[in-house]
Design a protein around this ligand. Sequence first.
Ligand code: LLP
Length: 421
Amino acid sequence: MKHLSYKNKSLQFNGADLATIAKKHRTPFFLYSEETLVGNYQEFAKGAQAAGLIDPLVCFALKSNPNRELLRTLAAQGSGADIVSGGELRRALEAGIPPEKIVFSGVGKTEEEILFALKAAKKGIFSFNVESIEELDLINSCARRLRKRARICFRLNPVVKPKTHKFISTGNKTHKFGLLEADILTAVRSPRFWTNSQLVGLSVHIGSQLLDLGATRRGIARLCEVALKTNIQLEFLDVGGGLGVDYDPEDSQKLPAVADYMALVAATVEKHFNSRSLYRPRIVFEPGRRIVARAGILVMKVLRNKVSEDNHFVIVDGGMNDFMRPSLYGAYHALLPVKQAKADRTCHVVGPICETSDCFGSDRQLPAMKSGDLIVLCDTGAYGYSMGSNYNLRGRPKEILMNRKKKLRIVNQAQPYEELL
Ligand code: LLP
């Protein structure tokens, strides 16, 4: 891991000594690197351009990490936003992301949220990514009430099965997401939906943490086919998010390079539009994880050890309320001791929450660790803080951002008890 390395047997995060940082901040805390965040965003945005895509728009998926300062940083790089709630829309606007770069996804947009999004700017937001016919009807009637025109994008359910955890797979008929081709084409031809709406794009998002891009290619191919069948010159095709990261070093071999992913998108679009059309739609992306997962770590402290016959538990002060992925999806995240020493024991690293699934790693090889020693859970920048909770009435942890000059800034204070009780 490029941003995590040992120097004099002490773990460094982007060249800064974690033991020194942790002296000043109570654990657990999230630590983010602006350098990694911006590097990942640039790799993505430049990759899209290098693949020859015309005027690509990268809309960062706020759900992966809606921290204000991280968003401001991304906004300054030119990022747009993929949002799924009125809260995320407000956060994106507040961070300086212009409405004309915001796509609104999600199956359950409320009337209040739709009205707010329509009012966000003269022309409203970039697009409503519509997931049902009833939703389309509601958006059209809200726009009529406001005497506006809503920009509509249908989210296609391409009926493909990606290789990922079933909880984060979204592209099949049994999933609540997207519309089937036949329903999209019927709606396109029904004038009653279009009095105050305009179809400007089609989108697809088949799932998250994808390392195998076979289903991604099929999903984008389906997107192109349906786009051509609408007989409308659509402004854009939104290929969603989903590009995975190698949380487990064993996955490094499988990890698709951003450049290869972009080449796949460009080639698939070109293949479909080449003979049938002179125009090329703009391509929109909604990445979350690939931009921010690697930019964050969760720094925790060992509270104590406990040995039950041959089970050695290392009990840490972070819990599943701070970071849910291992307990919710059985996800693997590397654990690194801040003090480097010989990893001579097999341990279960567990939190203080009263659930057996509150475990950050089973059977991990670690050195002897005692009360007060620091341990880092890696790659927690995406779906970390954003999925946290107050379970067991625990306050939310602090978030710290290291800027490109290695200066630290608290970008979210630890939640005080007064707010909890
Ligand atoms: N666009 C849409 C419509 C989405 O539903 C999502 C993620 C994204 C974009 C961003 O996907 P990404 O590039 O981050 O894979 N909590 C889970 C992930 C849930 C993803 C939900 N949708 C996890 O921790 O793995």
